[in-house]
Design a protein around this ligand. Structure first.
Ligand code: NDP
Length: 240
């Protein structure tokens, strides 16, 4: 039986590349999304991957969403917590709503999805959870107290849950991408982005597929002895 995987925020950007990588490994993949139904439909037609709409910040919606995926594809073995948003601004300009929303989607989404799937993985003695953190959660970033806190929280969440899953065949790991060429980075002003790229040792942005290959490794049968780890994929930027 093919492993069943859910990728949150899976219909574009890094999430889409992850869906394709897991599909190419032979998994039955469900792509979660929250926004445009039209885009999700086009994604499904393009890739043959089913898309399921729910908000990862909504606890009950995650429980219901996972139930819908399981009804369609079978018990979930793999969860990739990739859904993420930014609402940048310095602390003095950041609203409470911008703080809450970023924490609820990026970090709360990991909790909600783990709650919805961990027990099933435990009962079957096998599971893979991969959480997408960020270099900005490791190093901090001006104008991103919300995002840096959420992503930093993901790295702690990963190490704590890895300890709870280890005896049951469930591995929990994180990937900390550097700057990757997606819509999220396209929103960064050009002059700011130029300065960022100048600091990346490889001298370029990363590609979504370069993150997806790391996720695929961590989700594979061969990665059973890797847990509680964070894989930095950032062109060497974490050294500076
Ligand atoms: P994009 O902005 O291109 O895509 C974000 C994805 O998250 C979309 O699929 C979106 O769904 C989904 N999403 C947002 N909010 C929700 C929600 N409430 N419920 C469900 N899905 C949601 O981002 P990237 O592909 O660039 O980023 C993917 C992940 O990688 C994020 O966690 C991001 O923080 C992280 N990351 C990205 C970096 C980069 O340089 N790009 C660097 C470091 C980390 P929809 O399409 O329906 O709107």
């Amino acid at each position: 039986m093919a492993r069943v995987a859910i990728v949150t925020g899976g219909t574009r950007g890094i999430g889409e590349a992850i869906c394709l990588a897991l599909r190419d490994m032979g998994m039955a993949v469900a792509a979660n999304y929250v926004g445009s139904e039209e885009r999700a439909k086009a994604f499904s037609e393009r890739t043959g991957i089913k898309a399921f709409r729910w908000n990862v910040a909504d606890h009950q919606a995650c429980l219901d969403g996972v139930a819908a995926v399981e009804a369609a594809l079978g018990p979930v073995d793999v969860v990739v917590n990739n859904a993420g948003i930014t609402r940048d601004g310095t602390l003095m300009k950041m609203s409470y709503e911008a703080w809450r929303e970023v924490i609820d989607v990026n970090l709360g989404g990991c909790f909600n999805m783990a709650k919805a799937t961990f027990v099933g993985m435990k009962s079957r003695g096998w599971g893979r959870i991969v959480n997408i953190g960020s270099i900005n959660g490791q190093a901090g970033q001006y104008g991103q107290v919300n995002y840096a806190a959420a992503k930093s929280g993901i790295h702690g969440f990963t190490k704590a849950l890895a300890q709870e899953g280890a005896r049951f065949g469930i591995t929990v790991n994180a990937i900390a991408p550097g700057y990757i060429d997606t819509d999220m980075v396209a929103a960064v002003p050009a002059d700011v982005l130029e300065k960022i790229v100048a600091k990346i040792p490889t001298g370029r942005l990363g590609q979504a597929q370069e993150i997806a290959r790391g996720v695929a490794f961590l989700c594979g049968e061969d990665a059973g002895f890797v847990t509680g780890s964070t894989l930095s994929i950032n062109g060497g930027q974490h050294m500076y």
